[in-house]
Design a protein around this ligand. Structure first.
Ligand code: 5GP
Length: 145
């Protein structure tokens, strides 16, 4: 998938937004939905996506939508820190398959890092235990402020 293209309403994040696919939900407001990444690169790997958007990537997004999205990213990142006490946190976002993008609904990754713990490979990890993801989502949700 290139940088250009048509938004596919059948993508997995659109299904999660519509409640047609399950997810371990962390946070929701008027602008964003946040849930756990099911193939985490680290414990606590969390995603934030715009709720009202047909942007496949950052380049497609309406500027006025981005403000609410990035504020949601900061809010969830702070909650991840408060819940899991990492040594660092990667916030990242991929545009186009060549860059590593695999799901074509704009999203931001929040990936906690701990000293001495290697980062899992993007898109190459195993599926997490759903019960563990639910527990992490609850821990992070409890720290949203
Ligand atoms: P991208 O590769 O597009 O930057 O990120 C997509 C992310 O979505 C990946 O980190 C991948 O692990 C995650 N992902 C793929 N399918 C699902 C799913 O069905 N549920 C959840 N929660 N995450 C998914």
């Amino acid at each position: 998938m290139s940088l250009d293209g048509t938004y596919d309403h059948g993508n997995i994040f659109a299904k999660i937004l519509r409640g047609e696919a399950p997810s371990a939900r962390v946070f929701e407001d008027d602008h964003v939905l946040s849930f756990m990444d099911v193939f985490p690169q680290a414990r606590g790997h969390t995603l934030v996506i715009p709720k009202h958007s047909v942007a496949r990537n950052l380049l497609d997004e309406e500027p006025q939508v981005l403000a609410g999205v990035i504020l949601g990213v900061q809010r969830v990142t702070r909650a991840v820190r408060a819940a899991l006490n990492p040594d660092g946190i990667v916030v990242t976002q991929f545009n186009g398959a060549t860059a590593g993008q695999t799901v074509y609904h704009l999203h931001f990754h929040i990936i906690p890092r701990w000293d001495g713990v290697a980062l899992g490979r993007h898109g190459a990890g195993g599926m997490a235990d759903p019960a563990e993801l639910t527990a992490l989502a609850q821990q992070i949700a409890a720290k949203i402020s």
